[in-house]
Design a protein. Structure first.
Length: 377
């Protein structure tokens, strides 16, 4: 593992700041997708519900679904509707948005929909909010607003939403204005956990200062990228002077296997899926009837990230024992919740097999929440 000296230093600091107690829990991010018109959308929905049920049985804390529009490779036009279906088919697992996109929502609408779902689910909502990812979507959903401006929308949206949950509130802002209003209904929970998708230091500083939890994702980048995000969280928390520490979550592509071709299956699926999304990050990316055209990832500036050894090292691919060893480093670094990213193009059967293996073989290795870990072997 690269960056070992830096990792040890981070782990020592984290263990000290958490009084030596490791409490890492697990969540799973699920993606609805179709690869062609021949796939029945009902089958896609059914598979996603079954994955949520498997996650609950396996002991995951949270299942997440995202928001995306007009893209068959990442279907999420109504995240609260999908979560309502999951609530009907599960009993205990918490249900989250990762993420609703701030520029696509009016504060009153988001406050009401989130609160209504919290009521419907028996108080199981975890609300993740992000600035948005694809300029392709912004051109269609946000009037062509530059994607980088999404952060400013989020800064205005989230406090207004919370104020509406509290009672009558009038708002005069840069992006929204409305007379005295309140959220109807109010949430069932006294305080819905809010997670902010963050990458740059400004996002960390703002989110942590407000007491919001952090959702980070290093995509296919090296472990040092995760360490940078972790340090931004620590720096932001130190500057905030908050008494209560927000939670820090990080997400990685994950595939657990017990078959000889398991790594190849994961790598091939990820490269194929990444080729679709490379286009969506470009304003000239082609999409035909909802299906993104593929881009050769090995012609991109970050092509080295897709080498098989790089993916083996940086992502959570491996046998149960290999995956446990990798995740112990994240636990030692102070991650509160590790998010298992499942939706990167593996077959439905392989997704289920991996999730079941993770629950049976991996999660039990982290159930000793009170065990102190002050060093990395």
């Amino acid at each position: 593992m690269k960056d070992r000296k830096e990792l040890v230093e981070v782990c020592l600091f984290s263990a000290a700041s958490h009084n030596g107690v490791c409490t890492m829990k697990f969540s799973v991010s699920l993606t609805l997708d179709r690869r062609s018109d021949a796939e029945d959308m009902r089958g896609v929905i059914r598979h996603t519900l079954e994955m949520a049920q498997l996650a609950e049985q396996a002991g995951f804390e949270i299942v997440w679904v995202g928001e995306h529009h007009t893209i068959e490779a990442n279907i999420g036009p109504a995240p609260f509707q999908m979560l309502t279906q999951m609530a009907e088919h599960t009993d205990r697992i918490r249900l989250g948005t990762a993420c609703v996109v701030a520029p696509y929502w009016h504060p009153i609408k988001l406050a009401g929909e989130a609160a209504f779902f919290d009521q419907l689910s028996g108080g199981r909502l975890e609300l993740g909010i992000g600035r948005g990812a694809y300029q392709y979507e912004f051109d269609r959903m946000a009037g062509g607003v530059p994607q980088k401006q999404g952060f400013a929308y989020m800064q205005e949206l989230v406090p207004a939403m919370e104020a509406l949950w509290g009672g009558d509130y009038a708002h005069e802002g840069a992006y929204w204005s409305f007379p005295t209003s309140t959220s109807v209904p109010k949430p069932l929970q006294s305080k819905i956990p809010i997670w902010i998708a963050a990458r740059d230091p400004a996002s960390y500083n703002w989110a942590v200062a407000q007491g919001y939890n952090i959702h980070s994702w290093a995509i296919t980048r090296p472990f040092s990228e995760f360490l940078a995000y972790r340090q931004r969280f620590e720096d932001a928390f130190a500057a905030s002077k908050l008494a209560r520490r927000p939670r820090f979550m990080t997400m990685r592509h994950t595939h657990v296997y017990d078959r000889p071709d398991g790594l190849k299956l994961a790598v091939d699926a990820l490269i194929d899926r990444s080729g679709l999304f490379e286009n969506l990050f470009k304003t000239d990316g082609g999409v035909v009837n909802g299906f993104p055209l593929s881009h050769d990832v090995f012609s991109s500036s970050n092509s080295e990230e897709y080498a098989i050894e790089s993916l083996r090292e940086n992502l959570i691919f491996g046998s149960p024992a290999e995956v446990i060893a990798k995740l112990k480093l994240y636990e030692a670094a102070g991650v509160d919740n590790f998010c298992y990213y499942a939706g990167f193009g593996l077959s439905r059967e392989e997704q289920k097999r991996s999730l079941e293996l993770f629950g049976r073989e991996v999660i039990p290795a982290f159930e000793n929440a009170g065990e102190s870990r002050r060093e990395v072997g």
